[in-house]
Write a protein that binds this ligand. Structure first.
Ligand SMILES: [Zn+2]
Length: 189
């Protein structure tokens, strides 16, 4: 009895697996292949009828160092002060916009995504003490974030400050037992 039930379940399960497999094959097929299989139904109307409500979300960008560079690259807006304008023009050469987001050109390696302060803080927390956090020290932490493809101008200072304030690092770091005075040589006879 149990064996029969088991057999029915296993057959049903295999058919589900096969259907899933077909779907996965469809995703990688060309249009011609799809029509050869004759298992595609074209739907010309939405499956859910009713009044549609579109919620518009006006996302305002966080005020940060990114905005001045973005506004110059997108609209050519420069600060009124001539010195600041010159500085910005020079700085902008290292940046580019991809998909509406600001990226910094790296000397070697991929483009680095520019982060505003709130996201930079999240990146610091996640890389230092997140799920895969190694509790790295300041400079190593900044380098690791850069290797992950992120950038903000004062990342080294921020990383150093972050690790200095980290309570776990202070509690569990190696203690230095060397006295903070000059070593004196001892003689014995
Ligand atoms: Zn720490």
């Amino acid at each position: 009895m149990y064996y029969i039930h088991l057999k029915i379940y296993s057959t049903a399960f295999r058919s589900i697996i096969l259907k899933k497999f077909d779907l996965s094959k469809l995703a990688t097929s060309t249009i011609g292949d799809i029509y050869k299989r004759k298992c595609v139904e074209e739907i010309h109307f939405p499956s859910i009828q009713g009044p549609w409500v579109i919620q518009s979300i006006n996302e305002t960008r966080e005020e940060s160092w990114i905005n001045s560079i973005l506004s110059f690259l997108q609209d050519g807006v420069l600060p009124e002060e001539p010195m600041a304008a010159t500085r910005l023009r020079r700085r902008v050469a290292n940046f580019t916009i991809i998909g509406g987001e600001l990226y910094k050109r790296a000397f070697t390696g991929p483009y680095l995504k520019c982060l505003p302060p709130s996201e930079a803080d999240y990146a610091l927390r996640e890389v230092h003490s997140g799920v895969c956090g190694e509790y790295l020290g300041g400079r190593a932490l900044a380098h690791k974030i850069m290797r992950q493809g992120f950038y903000w101008p004062i990342m080294k200072q921020d990383a150093l400050e972050f690790t200095r304030k980290c309570i776990n690092c202070q509690l569990h770091s190696n203690l230095t037992h060397t006295p903070a005075i000059e070593h004196a040589s001892l003689q014995s006879s």
